[in-house]
Design a protein around this ligand. Structure first.
Ligand code: MG
Length: 227
């Protein structure tokens, strides 16, 4: 008997990538622009989205905007976003630390199936709060936006180089707290840029609203450049 240890990770990730490509084709077929927000718990993903939606409303009517909230157990974030009048769907993973393609497919089914995407112009996916796993499982989004707050520490990008590298746009959030937590924002920007020279970096504060207009401008620009 040969004892062996099998790592399924690579196969699972490769299969998810193939399915993510199919999801992207589905989004494009129905003209839905999809933004995915990723980042650790408490980085401010929901708060950034809360600030963004009123800005995005200049381009889209509320009923043609869909928020898909990934969470382990609660509906708290989705309830916050629903107050803004956009359509929302909650996905509870029941313990899994990230969303996978079947979760998004289930959300589309909940919406009313593939055809219902005709009623949607823009989809915002908020992944489960986690700075590692979600980055390995793309969901076919047109832009993957990494949110890191200064409160997580100056070395966050260096400690998570893979997540930093695969992100299309990087948001450094809670810049209003930088002094209080003793973080040098320039150092943070420099370390992110060293790992990912291509991704635009936006400095923001969901609390004060700083950087939100710029973030949306960057998001639109990124998508129009890469479509
Ligand atoms: Mg959240």
């Amino acid at each position: 008997m040969v004892k062996k240890v099998v790592f399924l990770g690579k196969d699972v990730i490769a299969e998810n990538e193939r399915l993510a490509q199919k999801l992207r084709e589905l989004y494009d077929k129905y003209g839905v622009t999809v933004y995915e927000f990723l980042g650790g718990p408490g980085s401010g993903k929901t708060s950034i989205i809360e600030r963004l939606i009123p800005v995005m409303r200049r381009d889209y009517p509320a009923e043609r905007m869909l928020y898909v909230g990934g969470d382990v157990a609660t509906t708290l974030d989705t309830e916050r976003i629903a107050r803004l009048g956009v359509r929302t769907i909650q996905i509870n993973t029941g313990g899994t630390c990230h969303l996978e393609v079947p979760h998004v497919e289930a959300a589309i089914k909940q919406l009313g199936g593939e055809k219902a995407l005709e009623e949607i112009d823009v989809m915002i996916i908020e992944n489960v709060g986690n700075l590692i796993c979600p980055f390995n499982f793309p969901l076919g989004a047109h832009a993957r936006i990494m949110v890191v707050s200064v409160a997580e520490g100056e070395d966050k990008f260096v400690k998570h180089p893979i997540s930093t590298k695969v992100s299309d746009i990087i948001v450094i959030n809670k810049i209003d707290l930088a002094k209080a937590v003793g973080v040098n924002i320039e150092n943070m920007v420099r370390s992110a840029r060293e790992i990912n020279p291509k991704a635009p970096i936006v400095l923001a504060s969901a609390r004060t609203g700083e950087g939100i207009e710029e973030l949306y401008r960057v998001m639109k620009e990124y998508v129009s450049r890469n479509k």
